[in-house]
Design a protein around this ligand. Structure first.
Ligand code: LIP
Length: 275
């Protein structure tokens, strides 16, 4: 599939993510209820997570019936052509639950060995869209096509800078739903905080990665993300010129992710020392 094919996938990703974004923002009840919990009592699902994923699945199946689908709420449904959509119906569900801004719909499409399952260690992200309904912002990218932010003022090309020296770096990070993991993450923060400008906890991996692409933070790192949390934002940051790897410099994954400019990335990776 050539660049024009990737651009077409990007257009479809933006279209379906925008529709799901409208659903979750216009349909947000004043008081959001927890419908269920998953990996821990604080890892919640709301009825809007489920409704958003159903809309995404329905629209993508209708547009591309042979593709696979991997989503946070309903899991993996194999396709027949080595193309799979990776969707997070509401990234930042806890922000959504509490009525905080900074939640998003993330839609990515990847190519992989048709005989296997989509795996971040070996897949190729072809196109992506991240829609932030509260901010009225749409982030998107396609492989070889660059990354953009569309807002009320128009569409802007994204170029992540090389990054400042560590002591002047503004970092974003996140914490898991498991108490033991949070204790480990807190120990890393305690070690890192005296060495950087400051930390931000936005609560939404896809928007953290887009913030790196736009220079709103200088770097983002997190341990324990799911593929649907980072697949979309990964391509936006990568196509904006940021470096996105795991803590050892290999493909990013649930075992670790660091995104930063070309100069800051190696310094931060060494300082974290988690590789
Ligand atoms: C969230 C991520 C965030 C992380 C949270 C959670 P969710 O995804 O976007 O970066 O710190 O623990 O994984 O659960 O809202 O889709």
């Amino acid at each position: 599939m050539g660049e024009s094919g990737h651009a077409e996938l990007r257009r479809l990703a933006v279209e379906v993510a925008t529709a799901a974004g409208e659903l979750i923002s216009a349909g947000r009840p004043d008081r959001v209820e927890v419908a269920a919990t998953k990996s821990s009592p604080t890892d919640v699902v709301t009825a809007m997570d489920t409704a958003s994923e159903q809309l995404l699945r329905q629209r993508l199946r209708a547009a591309r019936p042979h593709d696979g689908l991997l989503g946070e709420e309903e899991g993996y449904e194999a396709g027949s052509n080595g193309i799979t959509w990776v969707v997070d119906p509401i990234d930042g569900t806890v922000n959504y639950l509490y009525g905080l801004r900074s939640y998003a719909v993330s839609v990515a499409v990847v190519s992989h060995d048709p005989a296997g399952d989509p795996d971040p260690a070996t897949w190729t992200v072809l196109a992506a869209a991240v829609v932030d309904p509260s901010a009225g912002e749409t982030w998107s990218a396609h492989a070889g096509g660059g990354a953009t932010l569309t807002d009320a003022r128009g569409t802007h090309a994204l170029h992540a800078g090389a990054g400042p020296e560590l002591g002047h770096a503004l970092l974003a990070t996140g914490f898991g739903y498991d108490a033991q993991r949070r204790a480990e993450q807190a120990a890393v923060v305690a070690r890192l905080l005296p060495q950087v400008r400051d930390l931000r906890r936005i609560g939404t991996a896809s928007l953290d990665l887009c913030a790196v692409a736009a220079g709103r933070v200088d770097a983002y790192y997190e341990l324990g993300l799911n593929a649907w949390d980072f697949a979309g934002g990964w391509l936006v940051a990568q196509e904006a010129g940021a470096v996105v790897t795991d803590f050892a410099g290999g493909p990013a994954g649930s075992h670790g992710l660091i995104a930063a400019g070309t100069a800051l990335h190696p310094v931060l990776r060494e300082t974290l020392g988690l590789g």
